[in-house]
Design a protein around this ligand. Structure first.
Ligand SMILES: [Zn+2]
Length: 219
């Protein structure tokens, strides 16, 4: 990987802002880490905004399964993220972008603009792939543009005990492979729910025993 920061002249003492993408399946602790990251930066006196889209709470909030939560800005499709930041009264040092897989590709470009043109650090969190194991367009763009990409693996396991890598969509107790890319659901019992599987069992379509009830998620 080319280190562009070594090539572009920057004022002495300055560092380039960064675009980082943290990805992993549902239940792997992305929102928890997003909230922790915001806390850490805010505590150092940095000013940031917390953004999300389609949070599990159904509102403009970032919430985690282990009970943390805070208000956030809902990223509608027509929200211009550069304008959002530059029109802010105070200088914004960083963005926490939860559920970034659901943003538009254009909004990912805007995040890169904020990093390169405005020196804003962007920490994006989200799923990489949908229930078919196909990459979300916004996640793909993040893979292409991010300075750093990190896979989160907080012990979310398939029913077989292997690391859970992919989300299966379960409708009426059966795994489906067709349908809209984005259907909001949780890993709890619901008409449409999601279950984290290892690659082997996602590809085989095997939900394991007792799949009608619990998904083995952190409750
Ligand atoms: Zn498995």
């Amino acid at each position: 990987m080319t280190d562009l920061s070594a090539l572009s002249p920057a004022p002495a003492g300055a560092r380039d802002a960064v675009l980082k993408f943290y990805f992993g399946p549902m239940d792997c602790g992305k929102s928890t880490l997003a909230l922790q990251m915001n806390y850490n930066h805010a505590r150092q006196g940095r000013r940031g905004l917390v953004l999300t889209k389609h949070d599990r709470s159904g509102g403009p909030r970032v919430t985690s399964r282990i009970g943390l939560g805070r208000d956030a800005i809902e990223v509608e499709d027509d929200l211009d993220l550069v304008a959002l930041v530059t029109s802010h009264d105070e200088r914004i040092d960083y963005l926490i972008c939860d559920e970034a897989c659901f943003y538009t590709v254009g909004q990912i470009e805007q995040l890169a603009d904020l990093v390169d043109e405005h020196g804003v650090d962007v920490y994006a969190f989200g799923l990489a792939s949908d229930f078919r194991s196909v990459m979300f367009p916004a996640a793909q763009r993040l893979f292409e543009l991010a300075d750093e990409v990190c896979r989160l693996q907080v012990e979310v396991l398939c029913w077989c005990g292997r690391p859970g890598l992919l989300n299966a969509r379960v409708v009426g107790g059966k795994m489906v492979r067709t349908g809209e890319q984005v259907v909001i659901g949780d890993t709890a019992d619901a008409p449409v729910r999601y279950q984290v599987l290892c690659r082997r069992h996602h590809r085989a379509g095997q939900l394991g025993e007792g799949s009608g009830s619990e998904s083995g998620s952190a409750a």
